[in-house]
Design a protein. Structure first.
Length: 246
């Protein structure tokens, strides 16, 4: 049975507030923070599943609030590419050791963050094919380790989207990825009722974090937002590595 109002549960609630505030602020980042933190309390697979459910709830709410800013064609192309990645990721989630996947993700994220910060991303990384491939990588990471963010975030930040469109577009896309990922895991009988109950008990804290991030968002400038994204992603990647090894 799921237990509530324990020290571990309260710590998880605080983690959710922090992660969802960041997600509401930028449209991403919850999984990069929440998965490594929840692994300290729950086993890896449980932490990933909890993150998927909570992040989907928070992202769906955010997407509804900023729906007028969503770049629907871009979301459609990214999501089209993610479908194949989601099913491959589900296989990895069930049969692979998630710790090694997280290590690979963290190193990859660090490299791409550095390239982006130094403006070394090749100009040809645009267009339908690029968006489809980015979506595929994101879908795989989303289902396998609950972290669909790095490929899409770095790609869209490189395109120089205004912060309003950036946040709205990534939140809508991640909502779709998490929804399909959850459905796939339920169909594979991997996601059980106890995990769903724990996730539901933490949803009010996700809402609180969401509101906090939404209030802070107008105070952030476009330049700070765009320059800060690769730094933030790199920091979270380092944090993920540290928590994985230690």
């Amino acid at each position: 049975m799921a237990t509530f109002f324990t020290i571990s549960w309260f710590i998880a609630a605080l983690m959710v507030i922090l992660a969802m505030a960041l997600q509401a602020l930028t449209g991403f980042g919850s999984a990069l923070i929440l998965v490594p933190l929840l692994v300290l309390i729950y086993d890896t697979h449980t932490a990933i599943e909890l993150t998927m459910i909570i992040a989907f709830y928070s992202l769906a709410l955010l997407s509804l609030r900023v729906r007028k800013e969503i770049l629907i064609p871009m979301v459609s192309r990214l999501f089209l590419g993610s479908i194949a990645g989601i099913f491959c990721g589900a296989y990895a989630f069930i049969f692979f050791e998630a710790t090694w996947l997280k290590i690979i993700i963290a190193f990859t994220t660090l490299v791409f963050s550095l390239l982006l910060y130094l403006n070394l991303v090749p100009n040809r990384s645009t267009g339908f094919l690029a968006e489809t491939m980015v979506g595929m990588a994101s879908g795989f990471l989303g289902t396998s380790v609950g972290m669909p963010g790095p490929p899409v975030v770095l790609f869209l930040n490189y395109k120089g989207l205004p912060k309003e469109h950036f946040r709205a577009t990534v939140s809508a896309y991640f909502s779709l990825v998490y929804l399909v990922s959850i459905i796939v895991l339920v169909s594979k009988q991997v996601l059980n009722l106890q995990i769903i109950i724990i996730a539901v008990s933490l949803l009010p804290f996700a809402l609180l974090g969401n509101l906090m991030g939404f209030l802070i968002f107008p105070r952030i400038s476009q330049d700070f937002f765009q320059r800060g994204i690769p730094i933030l992603v790199a920091f979270l990647a380092v944090y993920s590595l540290v928590t994985t090894f230690f």
